[in-house]
Design a protein around this ligand. Structure first.
Ligand SMILES: [Cu+2]
Length: 302
C-alpha cells in the first residue's frame, strides 16, 4: 500500500484505508459492547428482562452517524474513481488487443509488443479491443481494471510514476488458459522509451512465426508437439489428419487448401479429438499473404 506506481494509487488506497479503518473500529467497538452487555445484563445481576420502547435520541444517533459515514466513504471512493473516467485528450495511444489467451499492444507507428512498454510520467491511453470473448485488463499495482468487450470500445488510462515492471492480468474468466493470460507493463525512462518506440525492426524470425504470434495462434497450438487446446503444428504439414466434416469422419491431407480452410472456417473440418467452436474464423484478421507465410513456416516444423 501507498506506493506511487501510478497516478491512481493514492486515491484508491486512501478510500481503501478509510473503509478498512471504519470496519475495524466497528468490529472492535461492537464486539466490546457485546461482551460488556453479556456481563452487565447477566441474569444474576439483572434478573428481570425489560422491554425498551422508543428512544428518540438513540434512533437519531444511529441514523445520522452511519449516514455521515457512508457519505464519507462515498466521497473518498468517488474522488479516487472519477479521475480514471476522465480520459485526457493527449497522451500515448496504444491499442490493447485481447484474445484467448494473450495480450498484444499495438503502438501508433504500427509497432507490436506483447508487453506494454511506457515512459515514466506520461499519460498512456489504452484502447481496449477484444477479438473473441470478454476479457478484463487488470494492473493491480496501478489500481486499475477495465473490461475488454468485443464490439465495445472501452478505454482506460494511467500515468506510470515509478520505474519498474508490473503484472498485467486478465480479470474476466475467458476459458481454459485464462490464468495464463499474463503480460506486464514496463515503465522506463522517456529517453529509453523513444529509442524503443522508434526501433521498428522486427527480430530475425520467420515471417510466418510473426503472424502466428501476432494472432496468438501459439496460445492454442504448440510448435513442439505438446497438445494444448488445439493440435500442435509440429509435423502436420504433408501428413494425413482425421477430421469430422458435417458429422462424417474422413481423412484429409494437410496441404495449402486444408490449412487455409482451417484458418478461415475452422469449424468446417474439425480435427478428431478436439473441440469445435474454440477457434474463431480469421477471415478478416489474417490476410491470404499471411496464410501463405504461415504455410511456409509450417513446412519447416518437421
Ligand atoms: Cu481473458
Amino acid at each position: 500500500m501507498f506506493s506511487n506506481a501510478s497516478n491512481f494509487v493514492q486515491g484508491v488506497d486512501t478510500s481503501f484505508a478509510i473503509i478498512l479503518g471504519a470496519s475495524l473500529f466497528f468490529l472492535v467497538g461492537i464486539t466490546g459492547v457485546m461482551v460488556y452487555f453479556v456481563v452487565r445484563y447477566n441474569k444474576n445481576k439483572h434478573p428481570e428482562a425489560q422491554d425498551v420502547h422508543e428512544n428518540k435520541k438513540l434512533e437519531i444517533t444511529w441514523t445520522v452517524i452511519p449516514t455521515i459515514l457512508v457519505l464519507v466513504m462515498f466521497y473518498f471512493g468517488w474522488t479516487g474513481y472519477e479521475p480514471m473516467r476522465k480520459i485526457p485528450e493527449e497522451g500515448i495511444k496504444v491499442k490493447a488487443h485481447a484474445q484467448m489467451w494473450s495480450w498484444q499492444f499495438e503502438y501508433e507507428n504500427g509497432k507490436y509488443s506483447d508487453t506494454l512498454v511506457v515512459p515514466k510520467d506520461e499519460a498512456v491511453i489504452l484502447d481496449l479491443i477484444s477479438r473473441d470473448v470478454v476479457h478484463s485488463l487488470y494492473i493491480p499495482a496501478f489500481r486499475i481494471k477495465e473490461d475488454v468487450v468485443p464490439g465495445v470500445n472501452n478505454k482506460m488510462w494511467f500515468i506510470g510514476q515509478e520505474l519498474g515492471k508490473y503484472n498485467i492480468f486478465c480479470a474476466e474468466f475467458c476459458g481454459d488458459l485464462h490464468s495464463k493470460m499474463l503480460s506486464s507493463v514496463h515503465v522506463i525512462a522517456p529517453e529509453e522509451y523513444n529509442v524503443w518506440y522508434n526501433d521498428t525492426t522486427q527480430p530475425e524470425i520467420h515471417p510466418g512465426l510473426v503472424v502466428l504470434k501476432k494472432n496468438a495462434c501459439v496460445s492454442c497450438h504448440s510448435l513442439d508437439g505438446t497438445r494444448i487446446v488445439g493440435p500442435s503444428f509440429k509435423g502436420i504439414w504433408g501428413h494425413e489428419v482425421e477430421v469430422i466434416t458435417n458429422g462424417e469422419e474422413r481423412t484429409v491431407m494437410v496441404d495449402e487448401d486444408y490449412v487455409k480452410r482451417s484458418i478461415y472456417d475452422p469449424n468446417a473440418d474439425v480435427v478428431k479429438g478436439f473441440n469445435p467452436g474454440l477457434m474463431i474464423p480469421y477471415q478478416n484478421l489474417v490476410t491470404e499473404e499471411e496464410v501463405n507465410e504461415i504455410i511456409d513456416y509450417l513446412k519447416t516444423l518437421k
